[in-house]
Ligand binder design. Structure first.
Ligand code: BGC
Length: 771
């Protein structure tokens, strides 16, 4: 590279920036991609030293980067030298501006930084954990949560969010199942698209849109034994059909960045896996954004046994990784690898170009401070409007698991006992991965119930038990400021107090389950039941003979066979977010009729895991629905095959009857479509919403096919006494799958179609796909 004097470097810089601001075209889609910023990017690249290039590929964590210290810190010094491409997890306009000023005023080429953050389910206004959110089955609502998160985050200086997390998981032992949309690739793909569209909007250069980052690419949700960061091993055919679709949906929706996962794929960690990051992502899916590693994903490859830092950094770059989060392997070793011809300048330039392009797409070269408007935080963050939306979304996400004798909804009268360690803890309501949540102004269940019931009923409260008997376990389960203080009262006394209060009440609400940090990253569990202290509390409350409603807090499906048998009403509220208490109370007292449906199967016991609705038939399926054991068929000696609650399951205060399933034709032509219609009658006493679900079964295939696959759903509001006809359209596209050669095909032949209220739907019909 030619040596440039200071003056002509500056001139070139100014000219480049001028050229850019006159050419602010946008491109957030990846169809037949032509980079509109190619010339600008190239002209900057030509000015860069090798160190500056490697700097663009470097993403340190802001850590405890605080105002005033920026210029003195190690990171501040690196930014000055052009050795940082972006920073993450730094909060507030003042902090972001201060750091951006270093890049813009003190670094040689004045290339703006990007600012990322783990904005997973809302920002200061927090929505239900993603698993809960997916149970709303409402894509407009989900998209709007991402839109609001983008508005709030961008108002606080952020322009890049590490979301959506779209890892399919069939293993509730894995704590990160909380962060995704559950077990189904079809639903997961719809959620992925909705979230990318919500974050990125229609114009990434606007100051209230942010670049999304789909993660964790790929297959992270299939870690062996549900233990976080563990090995993944899977056939290609399963990958393509069951685990990859949501990532692809995010790419098809124009996601700007992709995060490589921690796990290995076919024996090579994703961070250094060329098949994954180049052959699949770039060549097959035509992704044109950039790929970032997960936190220390590059250096962890040394621990995986892939070589020293220099080796693994070269491996990652050559595989197609563009940005190195935290490891600084790219920054510190790629120069040597270049000298030794282990990487090429072309590979480095390609990665740099991708990152510079994104900075153009975000409009940062036009205005590096466009996300640093000091008036915006007050106007745009944690607003009444956002909170009202959070309350609505939370109530739409809750799943009514059981409601014997219509115990729910409760009346706002008499004496109500609210009991349990989750009843009065506002800090736990946001759930896991809520780094920016405004916990101080969020409401606990107890706050909410008092507000919703007002003077109409007498609310009594007792804690009843600690989260768990084991204080060490409780410590591990209540990190990151999400404490549930341990009571100095003895376990017996806590229980006795609760029983005394329950005995004086007309109804008991037990607020039990997991704390926020019992799910999420590195929160795997081998036993996914309610902790024993709380189980004992629940039994004592049931023994009072009072009607008991279990309000279940959880970041994953739990094993609750006894609770399911003994407690008359169970409402699963997940972690509902900022307006938790109000939203739960809206549902409990019938201001909102629950309509959530499970997106991950609830097993009867951990031995059934992995358990999921779209399994294969096997050559020896159990042929009875009563769960009667049969020798030499695929079943267990000690537990029946079916789950406790299947995928798609969820009750309402009203009832819905399905009838008159009909097809417009029993034959589907290759270029045609058929209509599948069903009548749904609200036969109960309340207006309500129902998620009508359509599944298919491909009866004969060139490879084995699942017993059911979700292919459509509609959430419809039906008034009491009303019947609505719900119609789905099926085309050949809907019947496609990846065959043995990984071609995406629909094979002619017979199909069954099922429509119903959950994945157990048995109202069915048949059609034939003809060539
Ligand atoms: C997680 C990612 C997250 C990253 C940055 C990692 O430990 O796996 O999901 O985006 O940290 O905070």
């Amino acid at each position: 590279m030619k040596r440039l004097t200071k003056t002509n470097t500056l001139m070139l810089c100014i000219m480049t920036l001028w050229f850019v601001s006159c050419n602010s075209e946008k491109n957030t889609s990846n169809a037949s991609y032509e980079n509109p910023y190619e010339d600008q990017v190239d002209s900057i690249l030509n000015l860069m030293t090798l160190d500056e290039k490697l700097g663009q590929l470097n993403l340190p964590s802001a850590g405890q980067f605080t105002t005033g210290q920026a210029t003195n810190s190690d990171i501040g010094g690196k930014i000055e030298k052009g050795l940082v491409g972006g920073l993450f997890n730094i909060k507030s306009v003042a902090n972001v501006k201060e750091v951006q000023e270093i890049a813009m005023e003190k670094s040689r080429l004045k290339i703006p930084l990007i600012f990322g953050m783990d904005v997973i389910h809302g920002y200061e206004t927090t929505f239900p954990i993603p698993l809960g959110l997916s149970c709303s089955w409402d894509m407009d609502l989900i998209k709007q949560t991402a839109r609001i998160a983008a508005i709030e985050a961008s108002a606080d200086g952020i322009n890049w969010v590490f979301s959506p997390m779209v890892d399919i998981s069939r293993d509730p032992r894995w704590g990160r199942i909380a962060e995704g949309a559950g077990e189904d690739p079809f639903l997961g793909s719809r959620v992925a698209k909705a979230m990318v569209e919500g974050y990125q909007g229609d114009d990434l250069t606007k100051n209230n849109t942010v670049m999304a980052c789909v993660k964790h690419f790929a297959l992270y949700g299939a870690s062996e034994a549900g233990r976080d960061y563990n090995t993944v091993d899977m056939s290609k055919i399963r990958m393509y059909n069951e685990y990859l679709p949501p990532y692809k949906a995010a790419v098809d929706a124009g996601v700007g960045s992709v995060m490589a996962s921690f796990n290995e794929i076919d024996g090579i960690p994703a961070t250094g896996n060329k098949w994954l990051l180049t052959d699949l992502l770039r060549n097959q899916w035509h992704f044109n954004g950039f790929v970032v590693s997960d936190y220390t994903g590059v250096s962890e490859m040394t621990t995986h046994g892939m070589g020293d830092l220099q080796q693994v950094s070269a491996l990652a770059l050559n595989a197609g990784l563009d940005m190195d989060m935290v490891s600084e392997g790219f920054l510190t070793t790629l120069k040597k690898s270049l000298d030794e011809s282990k990487v090429t300048m072309d590979a480095i330039d390609t990665a740099v170009k991708r990152i510079l392009t994104v900075k153009y797409q975000l409009g940062l070269f036009d205005d590096p401070y466009k996300y640093c408007d000091f008036d915006r935080p007050k106007a745009d963050i944690f607003t009444d409007e956002h909170k009202a939306f959070a309350r609505r979304v939370a109530s739409e996400s809750m799943v009514l698991l059981k409601n014997d004798d219509q115990l729910l909804p409760l009346k706002k009268s008499g004496t109500i006992a609210l009991i349990g360690p989750l009843a009065d803890t506002a800090v736990n309501m946001a759930g896991t991965w809520s780094v920016a949540a405004n916990q101080k102004e969020s409401n606990s269940f107890l706050d909410g119930i008092k507000e919703v019931v007002g003077y109409k009923a007498n609310i009594l409260y007792a804690k009843g038990s600690n989260l768990d008997y084991d204080p060490e376990f409780q410590k591990r389960a209540t990190m990151f400021g999400k404490e549930i203080p341990r009571d100095s009262t003895s376990d017996k006394q806590l229980l006795d107090n609760a029983v005394a209060i329950a005995s004086k009440s007309d109804v008991v609400i037990a607020a039990l389950g997991e704390s926020a940090e019992m799910s999420g990253e590195c929160s795997s569990r081998s036993n996914i039941s309610i902790p024993q202290a709380q189980k004992d509390l629940l039994n004592a409350l049931l023994d009072t003979g009072k009607p008991v409603v279990l309000v279940l807090f959880n970041g994953r499906p739990l094993t609750i066979p006894e609770e399911s048998k003994n407690v008359p009403a169970i409402l699963d509220v997940w972690f509902p977010g900022s307006e938790a208490g109000l939203a739960i109370s809206d549902v409990l007292f019938g201001d909102v009729n629950p309509s959530g449906k499970l997106t991950a199967t609830f097993p009867r016991n951990v031995g059934q895991i992995p358990i999921y609705y779209n399994h294969k038939n096997t050559g020896r399926p159990l042929d009875n629905k009563e769960g009667k054991f049969k020798k030499f068929l695929s079943n267990y000696l000690d537990v029946r095959n079916e789950p406790l609650y299947p995928f798609g399951y969820g009750l309402s205060y009203t009832t819905f009857d399905y009838s008159n399933l009909r097809l417009s034709s029993d034959q589907l032509d290759s270029d045609g479509s058929i209509q599948v219609s069903v009548d749904v009658t609200n036969s109960g006493d309340y207006d309500g919403k129902e998620v009508v679900q359509l599944y298919i079964r491909d009866l004969v295939g060139s490879v084995t096919r699942p017993v059911k696959e979700l292919k459509g759903f509609q959430k419809v509001a039906i008034k009491k006494g009303e019947t609505k006809t719900v119609t789905f359209k099926l085309t050949k596209e809907d019947l496609k799958f990846y065959n043995y050669n990984l071609d995406f095909v629909a094979e002619p032949g017979d199909f069954e179609v099922f429509v119903g209220t959950n994945s157990d739907a048995d109202l069915k019909s048949k059609f034939k796909l003809v060539e």
